[in-house]
Design a protein around this ligand. Sequence first.
Ligand SMILES: [Zn+2]
Length: 465
Amino acid sequence: MSLLITGGTVIGPTGAIAADVLVDGETIAAIFAPGQGPGVETLDATGKYVIPGGIDAHTHMELPFGGTSASDTFDTGTRAAAYGGTTTIIDFAVQRTGEVVQDGLAAWHAKADGNCHIDYAFHMILGGVDDDSLKAMDQLVADEGVTSFKLFMAYPGVFYSDDGQILRAMQKARDNGSMIMMHAENGIAIDVLVQQALARGETDPIYHGITRPEALEAEATHRAIALAEVARDCPLYIVHLSASRALEHVAAARDAGRNVFAETCPQYLYLTLEDQLGAPGFEGAKWVCSTPLRSKHESHQRDLWRGLRSNDLAIVSTDHCPFCFKDQKERGVGDFSKIPNGIGGVEHRVDLVYQGVVDGKLSVERWVETISTTPARMFGLYPKKGVIAPGSDADIVLYDPNGRTRISVETHHMNMDHSAYEGYEIAGRVDTVLSRGEVIVSDGTYHGAKGRGRYLRRGLSSYLV
Ligand SMILES: [Zn+2]
């Protein structure tokens, strides 16, 4: 079946153009000058941006953490993503320490298979680097379409890798063409600060942020960059970068021509240590995430927006890892270190970054790059995803710059009993969402279905030299 999207402004790598987009079945068949397309069924996009569907390269559906699990399943989380204009997620399969890597991947396939509303792919978290997991990296790249591996410099005893393990994984990635993703915080030092704070009776949520100072993110970021250099410039992607000094290290590496990339997340662009994490009583637990929200008295948010403009920050992902306040976040009453780490935002990323366009911080083209095109290229999904071009999947969002979105727990679709962005007003709105040619959201109504999302085997990153 054919569908012609007419009258819109198509945003792509070459700029914004008035064009009509012909969808045939699951893919984009052709792009026409306005009014020049064939006489088939039409979808009116007059006054709207026509953009490739959002790609959220960092989600944690159903992630077990701190004795509980992230509250969105692949069903609820991907449906919420679709509402917000995201048509692909890349979630993190987990190898727990001592577990066979392939078993961890199989467990994530079992959670996702038959439950996703949109297409999905996996990165692999390595909870232990040894001879077996290094061998498994080759197998995942060659056979499973998993071409990026996440390591942790934080969470000793849980996910932590020491520098020797990190170096070995980086050397392997350099050899097989895959990407190392890094949670860059010095977890050994952080754990000392956490114990000292608790011993002083500092138990409120804000101490989660105070015990994870910027210096320990900057130090770990710098160390990861140095280790990647030793591993013959292994491609390195810093996840959830939150702070100015970490960004300076990334920028310096990039200026030197290194294969170093980074993402930030909406929470670091909008929320702060004082206003959210420091909310009265236990309220701040809603915003406990790692890396933590940073101080509003410093220049982090200004610097992060600037980094997005300059491409020192390549991507905005959500690190979607929702926990309900009741019973989940509440596990940490009286001890901030027991609060499950994570913020839910998979539904709001496209809107929250678009607000940066409205506020004059990003161009409309840069908005599309950071939420869709670059994630596709970075993680081996381009040009199937991330672009409106003939042959690409017809994952398309009609975005209304004259619409408005008010974010609230009352109206969101994530399985959370609160919103991290309660009351935020966005001067734009997701109007229509197509996933592989099928209209799954129109005018706030959902038409998709659980199980229609497909697993995507990824290729290697387009960014590698
Ligand atoms: Zn994460």
